[in-house]
Design a protein around this ligand. Structure first.
Ligand code: PEP
Ligand code: MN
Length: 342
């Protein structure tokens, strides 16, 4: 349910409505202040709410039920694009696309410093690197843990880039938030509502990747849980869905680029694309990056290593810094073309 306040509603009017919702119905309220009107979104089980009663309160323009499983993130509820600023880097709206680059995993201090230096020179805006890796097999490199986060933070500081790192478990949320500027929820954890809520409570931006089997409706519904914690700094990321068909799959996943304009219509949150996990193939990163920006993505997340063959994880999908530069240069041209059209 949403309550739209009249443009001339007073603070008293707004407080009265919030108090009634909280005290009478035991629900929480999300307050969105637009340029002209304030919108109140109800959070919780709203079956018993009498919206005719709410509509009669002073200062209320209208009160209506929303049947969609998500609403706080819905553009129909709040039309303005969300622009998130992280240490001077802006993501969302009509801002230039951001390029998040770095290795799949932080492997050593030397490795992350060298990658950071080279991706910065190539034009990257942010540095990525996993310290807690979600790996299929326990018999593989699992990440350096806290030490990896420390190296990532130091490299980000040294080369002036905000950092992104995955938080795989609720028990590491505070630790990852201590070092990283953005908390990544991996595709496998998109359905982990406790983890999403715990990460969102850290008051840092949260980057939630779409699960490879999730519909867009499910994806936005789980992202709604972060926003319901009072944290609207949520970045979405399309990273490929499970491919269909019986034959040998030639890509790791199917990058669903139609998700980009669909999600942009549905929500005001920024949406970026990860062509690395989305294809699993370094030779496809360049064309899919171009396509993602042409489709309107607010940025890209790309795995980069100076020597992909030496990488401890995801080597086949990693590109080298000189290729990243080529991608950034062409994507900026595509972005400018998009701006001329819009
Ligand atoms: C990652 O970005 O490091 C990662 C593991 O991606 P995903 O969760 O999309 O598989
Ligand atoms: Mn990876």
């Amino acid at each position: 349910m949403a309550v739209v306040m009249k443009p001339d509603a007073t603070e008293e009017d707004i407080k009265r409505v919030i108090k009634l919702i909280e005290e009478t119905y035991g629900l929480r309220v999300d307050v969105s202040r637009g340029e002209f009107q304030t919108l109140l979104g109800l959070i919780g089980d709203e079956d018993k709410v009498d919206f005719d009663r709410l509509a009669l309160l002073p200062g209320v323009d209208k009160a209506y039920r929303i049947t969609s499983p998500y609403r706080l993130v819905a553009r129909s509820f709040f039309p303005e694009d969300r622009v998130i600023e992280i240490k001077g880097v802006k993501i969302g709206g009509k801002n230039k696309p951001i390029f998040i680059a770095g290795p799949c995993a932080v492997e050593s201090k030397e490795q992350i410093f060298r990658v950071a230096k080279e991706v910065k020179e190539a034009g990257a805006d942010m540095l990525r690197g996993g310290a807690f890796k979600p790996r299929t097999s326990i018999h593989t490199f699992q990440g350096l843990g806290e030490e990896g986060l420390e190296f990532l933070a130091q490299a980000g500081e040294e080369f002036g880039m905000p950092t992104v790192s995955e938080v795989r478990s609720e028990r590491h949320v505070e630790m990852v938030a201590k070092y990283a500027d953005i908390l990544q929820i991996g595709a496998r954890n998109m359905y982990n509502q406790d983890l999403i809520e715990a990460a969102a409570k850290q008051k840092k931006p949260v980057l939630i990747k779409r699960n490879f089997g999730a519909s867009i409706e499910e994806y936005l519904s789980f992202s709604e849980r972060a926003v319901a914690q009072g944290n609207k700094d949520v970045i979405l990321c399309e990273r490929g869905i499970v491919p269909i068909g019986r034959g040998r799959q030639l890509t790791r996943y199917s990058l669903d680029l139609s998700a980009v304009p669909t999600i942009k219509k549905e929500t005001y949150l920024p949406i970026i694309v990860d062509p690395s996990h989305g294809t699993g193939r370094r030779d496809l990163i360049y064309p899919m990056s171009k396509a993602a920006i042409a489709a309107g993505a607010h940025g890209l997340m790309i795995e980069v290593h100076y020597n992909p063959n030496e990488a401890l994880s995801d080597g086949p999908q990693m590109i080298v810094p000189s290729e990243l530069k080529k991608i950034i240069d062409v994507c900026m041209k595509i972005y400018e073309l998009n701006m001329v059209e819009s």
